[in-house]
Write a protein that binds this ligand. Structure first.
Ligand SMILES: NC(=O)c1ccc[n+]([C@@H]2O[C@H](COP(=O)([O-])OP(=O)(O)OC[C@H]3O[C@@H](n4cnc5c(N)ncnc54)[C@H](O)[C@@H]3O)[C@@H](O)[C@H]2O)c1
Length: 359
C-alpha cells in the first residue's frame, strides 16, 4: 500500500484532489492533510476521514514519509513545499501554475534532479477527453492543415473577483494569474512553443478595488499558429470554449459540457447554412446524451480523476511524467511576460479636445 499526503486544505483539494485520490483507495492510503491553517487541516481530515492533520509541511514529511505529496496551495508556496517533498524523496504532484517565477521553477527542477521523486504538474485541461480527441483529429488531418485557435474563458465574478481575500486578487496581474495558465498550456499543445505574447487588461468593476482588471485580451503567437484568448471576470456565468480551425474544418469544444462539435460551413446558401446548423445541433444533442449516460452510470471521470490516476500509474511504473517540470516552466515563462506587460501597459491618454477623432 502506498501513502499520500495532501498539502493545502482549500477549494481544489476538497472538490477535486481528495475525491480523485479516494478512487485509488485499493492502492493508496491518504495518510495526512497539511495546511498552514491548522483548523482547516483538521476540518478536512475530519470530513474525509484522513487520520492526521498537520500545520507544518516539514514535520508532516518527517513523521509520515509519504510516497506521494499532492501540493494544492497557492502558487507562491509551491517551490518551497515541492523542494521539501523532493528532499524527502516523495513523488510530487503540483497544482498549476508550477510556481510564480522562472527562478522558483528552476529551484524545483534542481530539487527534482537531486531526488528519487518525480514531479508532475497539474495541467489538468490536457486530460480533458475532448482536448485529447481534438489533438488526435488534428494529427490525423481531419481539419486539414491546422491554422489557428481561440479560447473564451468566463470566470463568474463571485468566484474570485468579488472576494477581497482571494489570493488571485493579489497575483501580479490579478485574476488572470489564476486562469490564464490553463489557456497558455492548452494553446501551446496546439500552436507549439510560444514565441510572442501580447496582453491588455481593463478595469471594469470599480466596486472591487482590490482587483486590478476584470477583462483581459491575450494573444499568443506559437511556432505553428496563433491563439487569441479572452478572459473575463465580469459575468455571473461561467464558460470555457475552445475553437480550433484548419483549412478543411473547425472543431468547437465546450470544455464544461465536454461536447465537441465538428463545424463545417463551406456552402453558404440558406440550405447549406441550415444543414450545418442542424448538424451542430445533432452533435450537441448526442454529446449531451452520451455524457449524461456516463455520468448516471458512474463511468464519468473528471480531469482531476484522470490526472491523479495517470500520476499514480506513471510514477509506480517508473514512467516519465505526462506533464514535466519543463512543461510547467514554459507556462510560467509566458505568464511572467504577461505580468510584466500588464504592469507596464497604459491606456491611451484622452484626446486633448475630448472628442472622437472622426467627429
Ligand atoms: N486545475 C484546476 O482546475 C484548478 C482550479 C482551482 C485552483 N487550482 C490551483 O490549486 C491551487 C490552490 O488553489 P485553491 O483555489 O484550492 O486555493 P485555496 O485558497 O482555496 O486553498 C489553498 C490552501 O492552502 C493553504 N496554504 C497556503 N500556503 C500554505 C503552505 N505554505 N503550507 C500549507 N498550506 C498552505 C491555505 O491556508 C489554504 O487553505 C492553486 O495553485 C490554484 O491555481 C487549480
Amino acid at each position: 500500500m502506498y501513502t499520500a499526503a495532501i498539502v493545502g486544505a482549500g477549494f481544489i483539494a476538497a472538490k477535486r484532489h481528495l475525491p480523485a485520490w479516494f478512487r485509488l483507495r485499493r492502492d493508496v492510503r491518504i495518510a495526512a492533510v497539511c495546511d498552514l491553517d491548522r483548523a482547516r487541516a483538521e476540518a478536512m481530515s475530519r470530513d474525509f476521514g484522513v487520520p492526521t492533520a498537520y500545520a507544518d509541511v516539514r514535520r508532516m514529511l518527517a513523521a509520515e514519509r509519504p510516497d506521494f505529496v499532492d501540493v494544492c496551495t497557492p502558487p507562491s508556496s509551491h517551490a518551497a513545499i515541492a523542494a521539501a517533498a523532493l528532499k524527502a524523496d516523495a513523488h510530487v504532484l503540483i497544482e498549476k501554475p508550477l510556481a510564480m517565477k522562472v527562478e522558483e521553477c528552476a529551484r524545483i527542477i534542481e530539487a527534482e534532479r537531486a531526488s528519487e521523486g518525480r514531479v508532475t504538474v497539474a495541467h489538468t485541461e490536457l486530460f480533458h477527453q475532448s482536448v485529447i480527441e481534438a489533438r488526435k483529429r488534428i494529427e490525423r488531418g481531419d481539419i486539414g492543415d491546422f491554422t489557428g485557435m481561440r479560447i473564451f474563458y468566463s470566470t463568474p465574478v463571485t468566484l474570485m473577483t468579488a472576494d477581497s481575500g482571494h489570493f488571485a486578487n493579489r497575483l501580479p496581474g490579478g485574476a488572470i494569474g489564476e486562469t490564464a495558465p490553463h489557456a497558455i498550456y492548452l494553446a501551446a499543445a496546439f500552436i507549439g512553443p510560444i514565441r510572442d505574447v501580447w496582453v491588455r487588461g481593463r478595469k471594469l468593476l470599480p466596486q472591487y478595488p482590490w482587483s486590478p482588471f476584470e477583462d483581459y485580451r491575450l494573444e499568443l503567437i506559437g511556432d505553428r499558429a496563433a491563439c487569441s484568448v479572452v478572459l473575463t471576470y465580469t459575468s455571473k456565468h461561467s464558460a470555457f470554449l475552445l475553437e480550433l480551425w484548419g483549412v478543411e474544418g473547425v472543431i468547437k469544444i465546450d470544455m464544461q459540457s465536454k461536447i465537441l462539435v465538428n463545424y463545417n460551413r463551406v456552402n453558404q446558401s440558406p440550405w447549406g447554412i441550415g444543414f450545418s446548423a442542424a448538424g451542430e445541433a445533432a452533435q450537441i444533442a448526442s454529446g449531451a446524451f452520451s455524457n449524461g449516460f456516463s455520468y448516471l452510470t458512474g463511468r464519468f471521470r473528471n480531469i482531476h480523476d484522470r490526472l491523479i490516476g495517470d500520476f499514480f500509474k506513471r510514477t509506480v511504473n517508473g514512467l516519465s511524467p505526462s506533464v514535466t517540470t519543463e512543461d510547467g516552466l514554459e507556462t510560467v515563462r509566458v505568464m511572467n511576460v504577461v505580468n510584466e506587460q500588464l504592469q507596464s501597459s497604459r491606456e491611451l491618454p484622452p484626446l486633448a479636445s475630448g472628442k472622437p477623432l472622426d467627429s
